[in-house]
Write a protein that binds this ligand. Structure first.
Ligand code: MG
Length: 363
């Protein structure tokens, strides 16, 4: 199976409601799509969301990295030469993890199709269902309570609440949410780098004193403040999940060595795809640090790849793959079934994506 052509496109999917965090507000998903075509007629699909504020990867940067570097090393290559393909993909350009992830996902899709096996089984997976949380955007306490009630009605038992814009309001928001969802609903919070280590300890203590029972806190401090992250991990009773602090396998290695976090959030767009995610997973397995698998605001193609990984690896105990359910429509044919909090992986070969409606190809 040889690569003959790589096509790029833009996929636009409106969100049900605007997505708001401490870093940004987004109204629709606008992702770069990669289609790798082969001489056997098989097509591999990949996707990359431009998340400049987190990864630094804009739409133009993703397309540029693919056109000027990645596609050049793919054309004419044999899919079965997989290890070399992965090494070349990762060394043909520095950084640019979103573009690399899109290509990596499309290549795993083809590798599974070539060997006639779903990717999660290729990776040793034996279960086909996972349960995701759902994100509650930063809004007024009243709106957040409304969104939390809606999520409960839709069957979610774990909420991921965005915090960090205003500390006093955050406690009011979380108290209001805890009151309406009851004690059985899990509440995890994501501060998206908003606090200093000392602020984080103070706020987390206040939250627990009020009986908010926070399951975990994601990225309380700045991405590069590993000492601060380690401080919060050491002195907070709430488990700390590293997100923006861990992009690469090298980042994960450092965090694990420093014991700077209780958990690691793996996102394919941060690490550059499944191949690199497997390195982080192996290290986490060695030291027994559980992982979350998360996504950016992404449509179903790249999230579907994360679903395969989550179904394969038991060290991934927390799932934050709500990108597709935040969309108001689903233009992707095939792949995992997203039924609110329950996600079922497909047993089709590769990653199981069959096609995309309304894809705008670019030259
Ligand atoms: Mg996060």
């Amino acid at each position: 199976m040889k690569i003959t052509e790589v096509k790029l496109g833009i996929l636009s999917v409106p969100l049900r409601v605007p997505f708001k965090t401490a870093l940004r507000t987004v109204n629709s998903i606008e992702d770069v799509i990669v289609e790798i075509h082969t001489d056997t007629g098989n097509v591999g699909y990949g996707e990359a969301p431009p998340t400049g504020v987190i990864t630094g990867d804009t739409t133009g940067a993703i397309i540029g990295a693919l056109k000027d570097h990645i596609i050049k090393i793919l054309i004419g290559r044999d899919i079965d030469d997989f290890e070399n393909l992965m090494k070349d993909l990762n060394s043909c350009i520095a950084k640019n993890t979103s573009a690399k992830a899109a290509a990596d996902i499309a290549l795993w899709d083809l590798y599974g199709q070539l060997h006639k096996i779903p990717v999660y089984k290729l990776l040793g997976g034996s279960h086909n269902k996972i349960i995701t949380d759902i994100t509650i955007s930063v809004n007024s306490p009243k709106e957040m309570v409304r969104d939390a009630i809606n999520a409960m009605k839709r069957g979610y038992d774990t909420l991921k609440v965005k915090v960090g814009l205003d500390s006093t309001l955050d406690i009011a928001r979380l108290s209001a949410i805890r009151e309406v969802v009851g004690k059985d609903c899990k509440i995890r919070i994501d501060a998206n780098q908003s606090w200093t280590a000392k602020q984080a300890i103070k706020l987390l203590n206040q939250m627990q004193d009020r009986g908010l029972n926070i399951e975990l806190v994601e990225q309380p401090v700045k991405a590069h403040d590993l000492e601060g992250l380690a401080y919060v991990t050491k002195y907070s009773h709430v488990p700390v999940l590293a997100d923006e602090s861990v992009f690469s396998a090298e980042d994960a290695f450092k965090i694990l060595q420093m014991k700077a976090a209780d958990l690691i959030n793996i996102k394919l767009m941060k690490c550059g795809g499944i191949y690199n995610a497997l390195k982080i997973i192996s290290m986490a397995e060695v030291v027994g640090v559980e992982c979350m698998i998360g996504c950016m605001l992404e449509a179903k193609i790249s999230v579907n790849a994360a679903v395969h990984l989550a179904c394969a690896k038991q060290i991934i105990t927390k799932i934050d793959l709500d990108g597709p359910v935040l969309c108001s429509e689903d233009p992707i044919i095939g792949g995992a079934t997203f039924n609110e909090q329950e996600i079922t992986v497909s047993n089709d070969f590769g990653l199981g994506i069959k096609g995309i409606c309304k894809l705008k190809y670019i030259d």
